[in-house]
Write a protein that binds this ligand. Structure first.
Ligand code: GTP
Ligand code: MG
Length: 195
């Protein structure tokens, strides 16, 4: 994929009206700090278009990135961010759900899981939500560079079993450092873009 244009077009907070985009949307969901914004930068070959941080809770709005006037990447706030109140967490949860339920153009929800760790109860809830709302789940196992090559298979199995993935569910290991997995993710996006 040649990236001719990659621009942050719309930023939505808790009370914002969601845009009614006319292009296919691809959303990135997952726990705070799992690497959603880094994945977006990696796919777009931009170092810092989507703001990232070593501190969890960086992305606190729903951000729509226009890519080539062909599609949107939708960067979601992470769930499970410990430092905000239960009330704020619930508001973010509602905002994310409102978007995921209402979007007419959402083609795929990528669920990001840190390849080093067992999926959490929230990850499992997110996976089940994706499936029960009729989306084909695509799991991105992030931070692949943090594992030794010899550990990868074991961890892929751990993530698959932890989420309760079906055999046909796609899981793509990805590293924002080495960009391993990037081409595979783009191939999938292109196949879903104009089915
Ligand atoms: P929130 O916006 O808080 O929900 O987080 P996020 O999911 O957008 O995570 P972000 O992309 O900001 O990355 C969090 C931290 O993990 C940053 O310090 C990144 O540099 C680091 N990180 C993300 N992906 C990778 C990766 O593939 N490998 C390594 N080594 N670090 C990564
Ligand atoms: Mg982020």
């Amino acid at each position: 994929m040649i990236i001719r244009k990659a621009e942050l077009e719309t930023v939505c907070g808790i009370t914002s009206t969601l845009p009614e985009n006319l292009l296919p949307e691809f959303a990135f969901a997952g726990k705070s700090n799992v690497g959603k914004s880094s994945l977006i930068n990696g796919l777009l070959n931009r170092r810092a278009l989507a703001r990232t941080s070593s501190q969890p809770g960086k992305t606190q709005t729903i951000n729509f990135y226009n890519v080539n006037d062909d599609l949107y990447f939708v960067d979601l706030p992470g769930y499970g961010y410990a430092k905000v109140s239960v009330e704020v967490k619930a508001k973010w949860g509602k905002m994310i759900e409102r978007y995921l339920k209402k979007s007419q153009m959402l083609k795929c929800i990528f669920l990001l899981i840190d390849i080093r760790h067992d999926p959490s109860a929230n990850d499992k809830l997110m996976y089940d939500w994706i499936v029960s709302n009729g989306y084909k789940p695509v799991i991105i196992a992030t931070k692949l560079d943090k594992l030794k090559r010899s550990q990868i298979q074991k961890h892929v199995k751990m993530v698959r079993e932890g989420l309760g993935l079906e055999k046909e569910d796609v899981l793509i290991p990805f590293s924002a450092e080495t960009k391993q997995g990037r081409d595979e993710i783009w191939a999938l996006i292109e196949s879903l873009q104009n089915p």
